[in-house]
Design a protein around this ligand. Structure first.
Ligand SMILES: Cc1cc2nc3c(=O)[nH]c(=O)nc-3n(C[C@H](O)[C@H](O)[C@H](O)COP(=O)(O)OP(=O)(O)OC[C@H]3O[C@@H](n4cnc5c(N)ncnc54)[C@H](O)[C@@H]3O)c2cc1C
Length: 220
């Protein structure tokens, strides 16, 4: 190992964990620090709206690497740590607790976050967002007790949650600002097929209504 300043990766999810893996695979033998705001080991999000949400996949399937990999690859994984500032002059990042971590190279893999709904009542209990594994756990628990839910946003993730809810026997009203689900990604012909498919599975399409568009997506 060299005494080089760490290669610091901020954002311990799929991109961050894969970047750490790629550094080792390419022969980088200096210190690598991987910092993430979440307390969970780096994990992949697709199962959170699919098999994991439906209870068909165990939690282990979501992780990018098993826990021991980080030790074996000598990756200093620091979880539950949020970077609040970058001090470029000092080559350091500042964490929420005020501590600092120095870096030789800095890679930001901070991903994205869901748009929050800018309407009155959006912060009431029972209004859930789906981004993290904790969110998926909360939605899974809710599907076990709710008789009916409204899903706001008929993109891939909204439709997958809708399908999981219908499979759990929960009535769903699907709300989407566009005329059809998936219209933006698939165009009107295929979007119509998805709309019909969900209608066939008992999703309340008559109630589809327009909601105010939220501000542009912000990357964190
Ligand atoms: C429910 C769901 C289902 C999905 N299904 C699919 C699918 O089927 N197919 C597909 O291709 N994609 C899917 N996606 C999208 C896919 O998960 C993302 O493209 C992927 O997670 C991006 O990975 P990332 O590492 O770049 O960023 P992210 O997963 O967003 O991770 C960024 C990480 O950085 C951390 N972070 C952010 N800011 C800071 C900070 N200041 N300090 C420290 N840490 C910070 C965050 O806490 C987060 O853990 C899905 C996403 C979701 C939410």
């Amino acid at each position: 190992m060299t005494n080089a300043a760490p290669y610091l990766i901020v954002g311990a999810s799929l991109a961050g964990a894969k970047a750490a893996e790629a550094l080792r695979a390419a022969g980088f033998d200096g210190p690598v620090v991987l910092i993430g705001a979440e307390t969970e080991m780096p994990y992949e999000r697709p199962p959170l709206s699919k098999g994991y949400l439906q209870g068909k996949a165990e939690r282990e399937v979501i992780y990018v690497h098993p826990a021991e990999w980080y030790q074996e690859a000598n990756i200093d994984l620091r979880l539950g740590a949020t970077v609040t500032a970058i001090d470029r002059a000092a080559h350091e990042v500042v964490l929420a607790d005020g501590s600092r971590v120095g870096y030789g190279k800095l890679l930001l893999t901070t991903g994205s976050s869901p748009r929050r709904l800018p309407v009155p009542g959006a912060d009431l209990d029972g209004v859930l967002y789906l981004r993290s594994v904790g969110d998926s756990d909360r939605i899974k628990a809710m599907l076990g007790s709710a008789a009916s839910i409204a899903v706001i946003g008929a993109g891939w993730i909204g439709l997958e949650v809708t399908a999981a809810a219908r499979e759990a026997g929960v009535a769903v009203t699907l709300l989407e600002a566009a005329e059809l689900p998936l219209l933006r990604v698939l165009g009107p012909e295929v979007a119509q097929v998805f709309a019909a498919l969900h209608g066939d599975h008992g999703v309340d399409r008559d109630s589809v209504c327009r909601l105010p568009r939220s501000p542009a997506r912000t990357a964190t």
